[in-house]
Design a protein around this ligand. Sequence first.
Ligand code: GAL
Length: 416
Amino acid sequence: MPLAALTACAAAVLSLATARAQAAPVEVLHYWTSGGEAKSAQLLKKMLEEKGDTWVDFAVAGGGGGNAMTALKTRVVAGNPPAAAQIKGPAIQEWGDEGVLLPIDDVAKAGNWDHLLPPEIARIMKYKGQYVGAPVNVHRVNWLWINADALKRVNAQPPATWDDFFKVADALKKAGVTPVAIGGQPWQEAETFESVALGVGGPDFYKKAFVQLDQATLKSPTMVKALETFKRIKDYTDDGQVGRDWNMATAMVINGKAAMQFMGDWAKGEFTVAGKVPGKDYLCVAAPGSQKDFTFNVDSFVFFKVKTAGVEKGQKDMAGLLMSPAFQEAFNLNKGSIPVRQDVSLAKFDDCAKKSSADFKSAGANGGLVPSWAHDMLVSPAVEGAFYDVLGNYWSSKDETAQQAADKLAVAAKTN
Ligand code: GAL
């Protein structure tokens, strides 16, 4: 190569390197720290860096994101928000009200998001008509994960009703296997209850109780029945649950220490990392009684107005990336969820994901598609926290009755 060409080439390489080195850092707050989650976050980092942006990791451990939200508030109050944060549901509106979010409507228009997203999800991503959030996935919450060998050991089928469930759980107990793995953290108890309530009461009850926060429904006999069913599950859990992280509970099902777990499909990310195959090593079925229904939980990122110059380019690169077909496919294969973009092929996805997608569509058509309140998608953070407290206390109390807990839920629904 002639010298002039070599020099030009070297200069080009140098200027690219300088541009990369100078790209304003995009600090990203997230709480994806378990095996499957971390793999998904790593992929996002890698794909963002391929765009010439710099990722600064702000990971706050703690399933369900409670710790991350506390960390975020501290930073925003101090006037130093991260460039991007994993936030979802009604909290997006609350941050919008604070005037701290960067609109990404230009990215959404260029990417045609209005046509690619289900309207009920697009609505959550907008503040006063403008996109401020970029969604990455659809997680289904009302799943029951089952260790296939444990089920075979007691010669049982996956339980379709609550009666079946307790029969199978009794058989497992007799066989010396812990029937249900759970971590004693408020959000895990709340999530389990949410699936029980949907399975026991059905979607109309769920909507009246948790969408409309109807006082009579919150205290109703159906709610009492749901609470009794929830508490009955405790007899089938182990003593070591206090403070246990959700992925440790999933690990118990993966290695056969426990047989079943109620958990959203981020649990599948853990099975995947462990090399387990759905249908062979483990089964994914809807929580008893909720086969036709779907509690959805959509992860999304919002972007904060930051003072540092040049960050907006990285923020908008990231917003566009999150909704790109390549990212949606690769990310969701790791995360256990399905793409939120409706035009992404599921050819590479497993049977659990295909079932999730089919059920998402049919539940949407038959009124069974409901937002997960236990995962920040429905009630305000204040009501959610109050519900967590009621359910956590009831779960651990020896003498509180289901009716007392139902009455407390009705009070909690009025929290401001
Ligand atoms: C959910 C979140 C999921 C998963 C899970 C456990 O709230 O939407 O992405 O991370 O918590 O941390």
